[in-house]
Write a protein that binds this ligand. Structure first.
Ligand code: SF4
Length: 324
């Protein structure tokens, strides 16, 4: 394929099951422009699993959950990284690539979990629980990571908690993730009161109604859902674990109890699986569009910066996680 450049026209086949033909002309001009700009600027696009299919399947170079993006961000050789995701993900990419330009197409792409806790909150918790290590979910600002002992994702939280070899940890800021992990380990977990605004809306009744309406459906839930929802599911795991489950078990019918775009993105690779799609959108993830990815590359905006003293401590917390 060397020398051959993909074009929007050649990419449509891949996404035709999830993007109606009538919508495609709206995207194709931006896709061609982004593919050209990536070459001109030696840029790569990292896209989270919750990005829409025209981003995820047509312009992204690296896709995955928070952990995969953090890991793969360390191996990137390009000059410019565009993070198609939310602000804390762009900060994590910058922490691991301090010399590269990291762009986020919309500075307003935040996260209800990241907004639920401040560095000052952690300093107060440390006074209240002296000597108890602080495990912080990656869905937090760099300033919060800098106050933490180690980071975790929904995919590795249990392993991270148990790696510390202590009887008790603070696990912040997602209360439900903390409760779901507490159910799987002997380590005592002290939680914070943060919630993901997408996953907290699912209820056990939703799951029961889906099972009644779609007999035989396999239910996969994200561990940011309340424990009562996870209890109704057949399997709980990170977005990467859900995607692996579908590939491995090939359920005839499945529902992914998580953000809407995830089902579209996984469905592209599994034409034989019927996806039931309850839809809870993340309004922050949906601020990222082909249009603002194109503008980001054209205008070099918006560059992510982190105070070097904060970055150094935050990077340590991320690197400790990656070493587990
Ligand atoms: S889906 Fe939830 S955790 Fe993820 S960015 Fe949106 S609000 Fe934050």
């Amino acid at each position: 394929m060397s020398g051959m450049t993909p074009s929007a026209a050649s990419l449509y086949d891949r996404v035709q099951r999830v993007i109606p033909a009538i919508e495609w002309p709206v995207f194709s001009d931006d896709i061609d422009a982004i593919l050209r700009l990536k070459r001109e600027r030696n840029a790569v696009i990292l896209a989270h699993n919750y990005q829409t299919p025209e981003i995820f399947h047509c312009v992204a170079d690296i896709v995955g959950d928070s952990l995969a993006l953090a890991r793969k961000a360390m191996e990137v050789e390009a000059d410019v990284i565009v993070l198609a995701g939310v602000h804390f993900m762009a900060e994590t990419a910058k922490l691991l690539n301090p010399s590269k330009t990291v762009l986020i197409p919309d500075m307003g792409a935040g996260c209800s979990l990241a907004d639920s806790i401040t560095p000052e909150d952690i300093r107060l918790l440390r006074q209240r629980y002296p000597g108890v290590p602080v495990v912080t979910y990656v869905n937090t600002s760099a300033a919060v990571k800098a106050e933490s002992d180690i980071c975790c994702t929904s995919g590795n939280a249990k392993a991270v908690v148990e790696s510390l070899g202590v009887p008790r940890v603070l696990m912040l800021p997602d209360e439900y993730l903390a409760q779901n992990i507490a159910a799987q380990t002997d380590v005592e977990i002290i939680a914070w009161k943060g919630h993901c605004e997408v996953h907290e809306r699912f209820t056990p009744e939703d799951i029961r109604e889906m099972r009644a309406a779609h007999p035989g459906v396999t239910v996969l839930a994200h561990p940011e859902c309340p424990p009562e929802v996870v209890a109704e599911a057949d399997f709980a795991g990170s977005t990467a674990a859900m995607s692996d489950y579908v590939g491995r078990e090939k359920p005839a019918r499945v529902v992914l109890v998580t953000e809407c775009s995830m089902s579209d993105n996984v469905a592209v690779d599994h034409p034989d699986v019927e996806f039931i799609r309850p839809c809870n959108l993340c309004p922050h993830m949906k601020l990222i569009t082909l249009g603002n990815i194109r503008s980001a590359l054209e205008r070099n905006q918006h560059a992510v910066t982190i105070d070097p003293a904060v970055a150094e401590r935050a990077r340590l917390a991320v690197e400790r996680m990656l070493a587990v």
